[in-house]
Design a protein around this ligand. Structure first.
Ligand SMILES: Cc1cc2nc3c(=O)[nH]c(=O)nc-3n(C[C@H](O)[C@H](O)[C@H](O)COP(=O)(O)OP(=O)(O)OC[C@H]3O[C@@H](n4cnc5c(N)ncnc54)[C@H](O)[C@@H]3O)c2cc1C
Length: 341
């Protein structure tokens, strides 16, 4: 009897963050039917620093979504115990709510977004309690993905970060500021990013114990903090059963910075192209992993290795300062490596 009420669709996407919205948008543009399911009734429920690099692996953020870009900055300032290091690294400051709402508006031209509907579990390819069966399921449901669980893929390691907004910050508004000091937080950093009307301020650590140690002190600077886990690992396996993973669910993140907005959108584009071929019987599920690895795997790998080496090998804050100063001098070279395919 149950199956009489089951909805069938080509593609079911779980999660309407940057990854899920991007998959839906690209599928829609290619004429592929989908349904997008989001547990919250509003977008941007998870906190974020709202910053991204404008170009990664040959992709430009402007080609993905130009709504919600508030500012383009040319420099990052890194504050260590031994001084300030200014690096020529371009970044975009986003209004993530605006960005996600605009993406949703475009998605709705092509298909349905079920808001306020949580997928509780998946069994034999059927999403519950919605009773939706899809030829392919896309897990874009973040770091504690229910789709990943269904696929039997191991969870990535996670860190934790919290964020708020401040009005008055006495710092240079033309720079995105990163505080890398053990007396503020270990195995992580605090940030001050200048937005149009206020500052996005936050603190996070790759290890929960250090976040718990440092946050009580830091939280005094503001109110209304929001916190969340983020993947702090190399990418997981991203295919299995009749499903693929995109974004935080597969740890598609620049691990050194905990930055996953744009990387998840890039993998989403690759996923949508792959899904088209998969549905025509021209690709196997495992091809998806080869495809995103070819495009952006190197950037994920190097970023993960950089984060491991930075924290494990450079034990003294002075050594870190010296290394960061050297990197900053060659920041153009490092940024080019990130930009290139
Ligand atoms: C405090 C903090 C600050 C950050 N700052 C930055 C930054 O400045 N720049 C950057 O690039 N990255 C940042 N990140 C990381 C970035 O937020 C993520 O990498 C990015 O959001 C990944 O997008 P996603 O769509 O894969 O996952 P998410 O943004 O987590 O979206 C997943 C969506 O799935 C929904 N969902 C989850 N489970 C279910 C379910 N069972 N059923 C239905 N819906 C479900 C969620 O509600 C959510 O909307 C930050 C992370 C944190 C925690």
């Amino acid at each position: 009897m149950v199956f009489m009420f089951m909805e069938k669709i080509e593609v079911a996407i779980v999660g309407a963050g940057p990854a899920g919205l991007s998959v839906a948008k690209f599928l829609g543009e290619n004429g592929i039917p989908f349904i997008l399911i989001e547990e919250h009734t509003q977008f941007f429920k998870k906190p974020c620093g709202e910053i991204t690099f404008p170009e990664i692996a040959g992709y430009s953020f402007h080609d993905f979504c130009d709504a919600g870009i508030e500012k383009e900055l040319q420099h990052m300032c890194i504050h260590t115990k031994y001084g300030e290091i200014k690096a020529e690294i371009p970044v975009l400051i986003l209004n993530k709510l605006k960005m996600e709402e605009e993406m949703a508006r475009r998605v709705r031209k092509y298909g349905e977004i079920l808001m306020g509907k949580k997928v509780s579990f998946i069994e034999n390819g059927v999403l519950h309690p919605q009773k939706i069966k899809a030829n392919i399921i896309v897990g874009a449901d973040g770091v504690f993905s229910v789709v990943r669980k269904y696929m039997g893929v191991k969870e990535p390691k996670t860190g934790f970060a919290a964020q708020t907004y401040l009005k008055d910050v006495n710092m240079d508004e033309d720079c995105a500021h990163i505080i890398l000091r053990d007396n503020i937080i270990k195995y992580g950093y605090a940030w001050y990013f200048p937005k149009k009307q206020n500052w996005n301020v936050g603190i996070g650590s790759f290890k929960m114990e250090f976040f718990k140690q440092s946050f009580p002190n830091f939280r005094k600077i503001g109110n209304e903090w929001r916190g969340a886990h983020f993947p702090a690992d190399k990418p997981t396996k991203s295919y299995g059963k009749n499903a693929i993973l995109v974004g935080d669910s597969a740890s598609h993140i620049m691990a050194a910075a905990g930055a996953g907005i744009f990387p998840s959108m890039i993998v989403a584009k690759i996923a949508s192209q792959f899904i088209g071929r998969f549905l025509e019987g021209k690709a196997k599920l495992r091809d998806f992993e080869n495809e995103w690895k070819k495009e952006i795997g190197k950037q994920f790998r190097y970023s993960y290795l950089a984060s491991i080496n930075y924290w494990k090998i450079l034990r003294s804050e002075y050594m870190r300062h010296i290394v960061l100063r050297r990197i900053a001098k060659k920041s153009r070279y490092f940024y080019k490596a990130l930009q290139r395919k």
